[in-house]
Design a protein around this ligand. Structure first.
Ligand code: GRF
Length: 204
C-alpha cells in the first residue's frame, strides 16, 4: 500500500479527480493527508468530508521560504508518504525541499511544457497564437515548471477562445492524465531514474 500526500492551494479539483479515481479503481494506495498553504482552500473541506486528514500549514505565518518549506516538510513527513502530489499548489518550493522529495514529487502544470511555464498559462497560449495547448504532469526539479515529463494532454485552441473556455478544456484533460500518472507510480509501473522517466515493459 503506497501512501500519498496531496498539496493544494484552492479549489482542489485535481485532488478530487485523484480521490475519485483511486476509489473507483481500487488503487493500492492510501491518501494519507491533504495539506494546503491556505486554510481557506475549498479543497480542504472536500478532503475532510471524504474522511481524509486535511490541514493547513499557512505560508503567511512564516518569515521566509526556507522556514515555511521546513514546516511543510515536517507536516508532510508525519504521514510518511511514498509520493507527494502537487495539485494546484501555488508556492515556489526551495531546492532543499525539492531535493528531499526527489523522485517522489509530482506536479501538474496547465501548459505543454516547456512552453509557458509560470502563471497565466492560458493567457500566454492565446497571446502566442498557438493552435494547440494542454497540460503536463512532471516530476519536480528545482527549476520552476521543469522536470522530467510523465504525461501530456493536447487540446486544440479554437477561434474565439477566451481564457476561461480554454482553461476549462484543459482542466477536463488534467482530471484524466493526473490520476493516470499517479496510478502508474503507485502501481510501480512508472518511476524516475536519474533525470528520465522509466516505465515497466508493457505498461503503456
Ligand atoms: C490547475 O489548472 C493546475 O494545473 C494548476 O492550478 C489549477 C488547480 O486547479 N497548477 P485545482 O485546484 O486542481 O482545481
Amino acid at each position: 500500500m503506497k501512501r500519498l500526500v496531496i498539496l493544494i492551494s484552492g479549489r482542489g479539483s485535481n485532488m478530487e479527480a485523484i480521490l475519485r479515481t483511486a476509489a473507483a479503481e481500487q488503487w493500492p494506495a492510501q491518501i494519507a493527508a491533504v495539506i494546503s498553504n491556505k486554510a481557506s482552500a475549498a479543497g480542504l473541506s472536500t478532503a475532510a468530508e471524504a474522511g481524509i486528514p486535511a490541514l493547513a500549514v499557512e505560508h503567511r505565518h512564516y518569515p521566509d521560504r526556507d522556514s515555511f518549506d521546513g514546516a511543510l516538510a515536517e507536516a508532510i513527513d508525519r504521514y510518511a508518504p511514498d509520493l507527494v502530489v502537487l495539485a494546484g499548489f501555488m508556492r515556489i518550493l526551495t531546492p532543499g525541499f525539492v531535493q528531499h522529495y526527489h523522485g517522489r514529487l509530482l506536479n501538474i502544470h496547465p501548459s505543454l511544457l516547456p512552453s509557458f511555464p509560470g502563471l497565466a498559462t492560458h493567457r500566454q497560449a492565446l497571446d502566442a497564437g498557438v493552435k494547440f495547448h494542454g497540460a503536463t504532469v512532471h516530476f519536480v526539479t528545482p527549476e520552476l515548471d521543469h522536470g522530467p515529463i510523465v504525461e501530456q494532454a493536447v487540446v486544440p485552441v479554437l477561434d474565439g477562445d477566451t481564457e476561461s473556455a480554454l482553461a476549462a478544456r484543459v482542466l477536463a484533460h488534467e482530471h484524466v492524465i493526473y490520476p493516470r500518472a499517479v496510478r502508474d507510480f503507485v502501481e510501480g509501473r512508472m518511476w524516475l531514474d536519474g533525470d528520465r522517466v522509466r516505465r515497466s515493459a508493457g505498461s503503456r
